[in-house]
Design a protein. Structure first.
Length: 462
């Protein structure tokens, strides 16, 4: 029996800052995988001829067989314990693919290919033993502040999970506002059973209620279930007020997924659970603030129990935006300090999360491109020392925010009431059925539970 567990992680995004562990962050191109826990593809060689084979199990219980070769594939034979050998014409191409039934997750399938045009006139026979793997299944969630200033940079965090556990996937992450593409991350890698964050920093030039949608697209290998690749949230876009104010939001999500499957060739169990906490705070200062010698210190607590404390002092910039300029922190948590010339105010926005890695967008909706790398980048999340949540939310969350720039100081004490839990539950007890694709009895049991508590508040700083 295979048992997997996702550790609970505290995701603090707001004025929740941690001491910088390194003077400069270490960036990597998205083309580099941060790790790869996928079940490997089968490879084999005979003489100078070689093949690589991949068998991917689909949600409709069929299996895609894919081969690549160093030469021309003349013939292919598939042999599985569940049935007789199946023969195919390779058409002398360097790749071969077919869709078959009768195979299931983690079943073994023998693949033999006749390969030409490698060792002169000789036809090489190459055999491999491939393990059938479930296609990757990416799911998405999004955390956004309840409101933001129109035409101004806003931080939005999305989390993408791979749920099937056999194969990781490449994908492009897109962010939409009322259906309009406003930001993106390209070529991201999500490891098998992995979790990654994407931090977007778009300028949203809209008013009133705006629907934000984040989506994983162009998933490679193709996704198991496209229906959970996107998630949406609402944000209120408004004009800046001519005073110092703050807005804050918090969220806590507790989830559990248990799945047990029985096939003739094995018994498989997935047991995943975790806790995520998120925080966002934005402060508005009614004047231009010199973006030098900046420091932000924050704490959060609930019912007298600490949730988080930390500070950020390392920033880069300023860089131009459409109506002013911004400075950003160089490591997690993400802090953005922006001045808007048209509105004559400064905003301080902080977001933080804990995941395998943090992906950062181009910021191509602003004039940040000259300061962006040649391609999107990710960084190791090295700032969070422990994955355990310090405390669960009570009826409210209180935070203390102290921001300093060029010797000037600002302070806010947001208190955010936390609402009742929004609970989703799905239970399917063990049931068996005859599967026509596999031509055998298949039994499975699924239990899914998710509880989410949220809160938001607005106010004026002293």
């Amino acid at each position: 029996m295979h048992r997997r567990r996702i550790r609970g992680a505290a995701i603090a995004a707001a004025a929740l800052l941690v001491p910088t562990l390194y003077a400069q962050p270490q960036f990597f191109p998205n083309s580099q995988k941060y790790k790869d826990s996928s079940i490997p593809n089968a490879t084999g060689r005979s003489g100078s001829a070689s093949i690589e084979a991949r068998a991917l199990f689909n949600s409709n219980h069929s299996t895609d067989i894919e081969l690549t070769s160093s030469g021309a594939i003349a013939k292919v034979q598939l042999q599985s314990p569940a049935g007789p050998a199946r023969n195919f014409d390779g058409s002398d191409g360097s790749t071969f693919s077919t869709n078959v039934g009768g195979l299931g997750p983690h079943a073994h399938v023998g693949i033999t290919a006749n390969v030409r045009d490698v060792d002169g006139a000789r036809t090489d026979v190459v055999s491999v033993d491939e393990i059938v793997k479930r296609r990757p299944d990416l799911s998405a969630s999004i955390v956004a502040p309840p409101s933001a200033v129109r035409g101004h940079t806003v931080l939005i965090r999305a989390t993408f999970n791979e749920r099937n556990g056999d194969v990781g996937a490449r994908a492009n992450f897109f962010l939409y506002a009322d259906g309009e593409l406003i930001d993106r991350v390209e070529g991201a890698w999500v490891d098998a059973l992995g979790r990654v964050d994407a931090v977007f920093a778009p300028v949203i030039d809209k008013s009133g209620d705006v629907t934000l949608t984040v989506a994983a697209a162009d998933v490679n290998p193709g996704d198991w279930d496209d229906s959970n690749n996107s998630a949406s949230a609402h944000i209120t876009m408004k004009d800046a007020a001519d005073f110092y104010s703050w807005q804050a939001s918090v969220s806590e999500e507790d989830g559990r997924l248990f799945r047990h499957e029985q096939y003739s060739w094995g018994d498989f169990t997935d047991d995943q659970k975790g806790i995520q906490q998120g925080f966002n705070v934005e402060g508005i200062i009614r004047s231009e603030v010199p973006q030098t010698a900046m420091k932000l210190v924050a704490t959060a607590a609930t019912g007298g129990q600490p949730l988080y404390s930390g500070q950020s002092t390392d920033f880069i910039g300023p860089f131009r935006t459409w109506d002013g300029y911004c400075t950003e922190s160089i490591s997690s948590p993400e802090v953005t300090v922006c001045y808007d010339r048209g509105m004559a105010y400064t905003s301080v926005h902080v977001s933080f999360g804990a995941a395998d890695v943090v992906y950062r967008s181009y910021g191509w909706a602003t004039r940040r491109n000259p300061f962006a790398p040649e391609e999107p980048r990710f960084e190791w999340n090295t700032t969070y020392a422990a994955d355990d949540v310090q405390a669960r939310f009570g009826s409210s969350v209180s935070m203390t925010i102290d921001f300093e720039a060029a010797g000037q100081k600002w302070h806010a004490d947001p208190i955010v009431p936390v609402g009742a839990a929004d609970v989703f539950q799905y239970d399917q007890d063990m049931q068996c059925r005859h599967d026509d694709f596999l031509n055998m009895d298949v039994c499975d049991e699924i239990h899914l539970w998710r509880s989410t508590r949220r809160g938001s508040a607005y106010g004026f700083a002293n």
